[in-house]
Design a protein around this ligand. Sequence first.
Ligand code: ADP
Ligand code: MG
Length: 390
Amino acid sequence: MSWNVKQWWEARHNGKAATAAMQASPAGSGLRAAATFAARLTFEKVERSYDANDALRGVDLDIAPGEVVCLLGPSGCGKTTLLRIASGIERPTAGRVLINGSEVAGPSRFVPPEQRSVGLMFQDFALFPHLTILQNVAFGLKGLAPDVARREAVSVLSRVGLESYANSYPHILSGGQQQRVALARAIVPRPSVVLMDEPFSGLDVQLRDSMQEETLALLRETRATCMIVTHHPEEAMRLGDRIAVMRAGRVVQLGRAEELYHHPAELFVARLFSEINELDVTVKGGVIDMPFGRVPAPGMANGERATMCIRERGIRLRPAGTCGLAGRVLHVKFLGDFGLVEIGVQGFDEPLRARTRVAVGESWRKGAEVGVEIDPERILVFPRVRQETA
Ligand code: ADP
Ligand code: MG
């Protein structure tokens, strides 16, 4: 690697540690890259402050060998910081990071990025414009004999279908192709842990689905443990064996997609995974009296105020007078597979929004009288709290 390229890279990615993180030495390096052995990745009470700003406020997270965990949360909640700490580019202010139970960052030890067997993929792919595609991929291999490094790089490049571009430069590639090169560079040293920061955010929507499938297949082949940062709930559900939802520097819930959808720990999580109507209600005698019946509010005190969430897909419209509560359609938006219908419903102060399948020939016109059915299984109740947003 020429001095210029290195300097360019380090200026963009915060110093020498970033370069080191891209150049994980393959275990047993010298002759050829060793096979991947997936590793357990553990965070214990990890904190990171920047002056007065607490980017991470005590993160506990344990990722099993070979598992894919998505970090999901809004911008600024600390996702990238956690990834950088795992890679060794950043040091925690407090707490510990362990790989296979052995401390790599903490009060007593700091293992530099190149010795952690982590592969890193940045949000903007960060390919070197002055290096060929093959050189970009081979950059991930440090300490191998040049002919061995070349062979390994060609093999991974052909696995991602870009062998014929080996001697081209990155600027001629499409976004999806650049993503594949960045992925190839991250996995070529066969790291035990692969860390990806919003790997699909630079791609257009049509490309995203297929790239997600391809990437997941490749990650399964490498058998590496993987942490993927995203702020798209659907992407997290597609990719992650489990999802760690982050808010304001903490993991607020960790679980499989179904668990997070059906049993969100707080309103913030419910909002991420489902479109909901939020109603201010008061608990009386352990239940909430609603026009459609009683909703249990276990563990909540008499007189306590709560937020009731009714999923938009949990509301069904029927012909007027046949069943449900009496309602009137206030507004309709046709959105293809479903319609978004705003309805004034008897007994409710505010209109409700329903997402409902629109059958051919059926239309819920503005002003129409309807029956409104609410599915009790699609209701969630949370104690009323002031919600932080980031
Ligand atoms: P995310 O990736 O979830 O969008 P980040 O981890 O990038 O969030 O940032 C978390 C918080 O830490 C933000 O408030 C951000 O401004 C702050 N932060 C991150 N890196 C630095 C830094 N190098 N210097 C100062 N503040 C930083
Ligand atoms: Mg980020």
